[in-house]
Ligand binder design. Structure first.
Ligand SMILES: [Zn+2]
Length: 178
């Protein structure tokens, strides 16, 4: 058996893989790869399925993604643009724009205000109402003066948590279907 086609690899070439994507039938377009390299090969060709050219570009170069996003933010909304404080973390703002595939609908479940409320409660975007409710009762226990010996130092935080809960419990993302 011939060896794996990848230069420097000494494993047996047991698996047939097309040399170029979309060119599966032509003669002489196959290479033979070992298990590890055929997996790598398949992962490479499937990874970009369903992405737009912009998303592929962003995925291939995180730095290019950052530059593009910075530019887009700078020019959006007549110079104002989406504000960074709408996001828990500036990197989330980049990720929300460039994360490829099915994750995107998770990001879009919440408005910027709701995302801020999730941040107040220390939760991320792929949470559910049960988790929010549970976190809310934990935080109320932690910050409520009646529950920590009359200590009012956490009152501002308690108010934030209550406001966050009021907003999130009626979030569209948590609405029951039907
Ligand atoms: Zn190999």
């Amino acid at each position: 058996m011939a060896g794996c086609s990848v230069r420097g690899c000494r494993q047996p070439g047991e698996f047939r893989a097309p040399l170029t994507p979309g060119d599966f039938d032509g003669p002489g377009t196959w290479q033979w790869l070992c298990l590890e390299h055929v997996r790598e090969h398949n992962a490479k060709y499937n990874f970009f399925d369903g992405m737009s050219p912009d998303e592929i570009e962003a995925a291939q170069s995180p730095i290019a993604g950052w530059e593009r996003a910075t530019r887009a933010f700078a020019h959006a909304g007549g110079g104002k643009g989406p504000v960074w404080r709408d996001f828990v973390d500036p990197l989330d703002a980049i990720a929300a724009r460039y994360r490829p595939g099915p994750r995107r609908h998770v990001i879009d479940r919440f408005t910027a205000q709701e995302r801020h409320a999730l941040g107040v409660m220390g939760l991320n975007d792929d949470t559910d109402l049960h988790t929010v409710r549970k976190r809310y009762s934990e935080l109320v226990r932690r910050y409520h003066p009646d529950r920590n010996g009359g200590d009012r130092s956490h009152e501002a935080k308690l108010i934030q948590v209550i406001e966050a809960w009021q907003l999130l419990k009626s979030a569209t993302a948590f609405a029951q279907p039907g």
